[in-house]
Design a protein around this ligand. Structure first.
Ligand SMILES: *Cc1c(COP(=O)(O)O)cnc(C)c1O
Length: 352
């Protein structure tokens, strides 16, 4: 039997997606060829890319609003650099919200391009909450935030209004809830948290914000180049794009973002209720900022660690060790995680 996979990333994908993907590796579209050995310029693969890009905009409610979806490479980490390259003006500045390790890596790259203003930080309490009530400088070319902090288990529940552009790293909660996505000018996400396998990064960008920096941008780092080539400027990561397309189709068939948000809320409530009621556990994130994707918690009595780990292992629970900077446990309950698996974890917490 398959394990209950709480891995933070690469993470769980729907079983039916894994089955279809396996089949396509052997024989894609009855071509008697593998998905990963045909030309990316063939009609069969171009169709995959176009479907995946269209599904992204459809699920986010961004069709016909001037947005483009791209499947790029280099991970979300490459977007830390592409964002300032494409959006920060020569001699300009950007504003960043510091909510953890990923925000820090993003703003470190931005500093290579101009002035970076850290508008607020929750570093004082090991990133266990989301700062609020900050002001974004009017002249910032863009404001950058991380919607879900994979390591610390915090999540932004709302986003500030800004005069400049709004940029968001949604790697670990994209497609997990419905938002007004038109408030964002650029969204990016590494696929391997909630959309597909490692190897591709989703970028959703409003086209009219580009080409305004006065910089010369190398082709591979220029969003406009990728847009003009329909996300096929160079050989795309065909397998990762295909599996992402299957996962997006699975999500659409399930009822889209409203449907998955409801399920995700139920899963998170089940686990957080246990954490709050069971005296052996405590959550690490401020209650109002708790993530519905990465649930971080500690044992109140660490002498019980061995016993709890053993119970989890016997139950087939995989991947709940916390990140080293928080310790304790982290249960990642991404879209494809069934509530039954969360219940298994809750049962073991009760048994302890
Ligand atoms: C995992 C993660 C990243 C890094 O993604 P890569 O694809 O490995 O570069 C960036 N931001 C967030 C929020 C993440 O969870």
């Amino acid at each position: 039997m398959k394990k209950h996979n709480f891995s933070a990333g690469p993470c769980i994908l729907p079983q039916e997606v894994l089955q279809k993907a396996s089949q396509a590796v052997l024989n894609f579209n009855n071509l008697d060829l593998s998905l990963i050995e045909i030309s990316h310029r063939s009609a069969d693969f171009v169709d995959v890319m176009e479907k995946a890009r269209a599904l992204v905009l459809e699920l986010l409610g961004l069709e016909n609003q001037g947005y483009t979806a791209l499947f790029l490479q280099g991970g979300a980490s490459m977007e830390f650099l592409m964002t300032p390259y494409n959006l920060m003006k020569q001699g300009g500045s950007a504003a960043y919200l510091d909510t953890g390790a990923w925000s820090n890596k993003a703003l470190k790259e931005a500093k290579l391009f101009g002035e970076v203003n850290i508008v607020a930080s929750s570093k004082d309490k090991n990133y266990s909450y989301i700062p609020k009530g900050y002001t974004i400088p009017k002249d910032a070319n863009y404001f950058h935030c991380t919607s879900n902090n994979t390591i610390y288990g915090t999540q932004l529940k709302s986003f500030p209004k800004t005069e400049g552009l709004l940029v968001c790293d949604m790697s670990s909660d994209i497609f997990s809830r419905n938002l007004d996505f038109s408030q964002f000018d650029l969204i990016y996400a590494g696929a391997q948290k909630n959309m597909g396998p490692a190897g591709t990064t989703l970028v959703v960008v409003k086209e009219d914000i580009l080409g305004k920096t006065g910089r010369d941008i190398p082709s591979m780092l220029d969003y406009q180049v990728h847009i003009s080539k329909d996300s096929m400027f160079n050989t795309p990561p065909v397998f990762a794009v295909y599996v992402s397309m299957l996962t997006l189709q699975w999500l659409k068939d399930l009822g889209g973002l409203d449907a998955i948000e409801k399920i995700n809320n139920e899963k998170a409530a089940l686990l957080y209720n246990e954490i709050d009621q069971n005296p052996l556990f405590e959550g690490t994130a401020a209650k109002e900022d708790r993530s519905n994707m990465n649930v971080t918690f500690l044992l109140t009595d660490t002498s019980k660690k061995e016993k709890f780990d053993k119970l989890c292992k016997e139950a087939g629970i995989n991947g709940i060790n916390g990140h080293r900077s928080v310790g304790g446990y982290r249960a990642s309950i991404y879209n494809a995680m069934p509530i039954e698996s969360v219940q298994v974890l809750v049962n073991k917490m009760q048994e302890l």
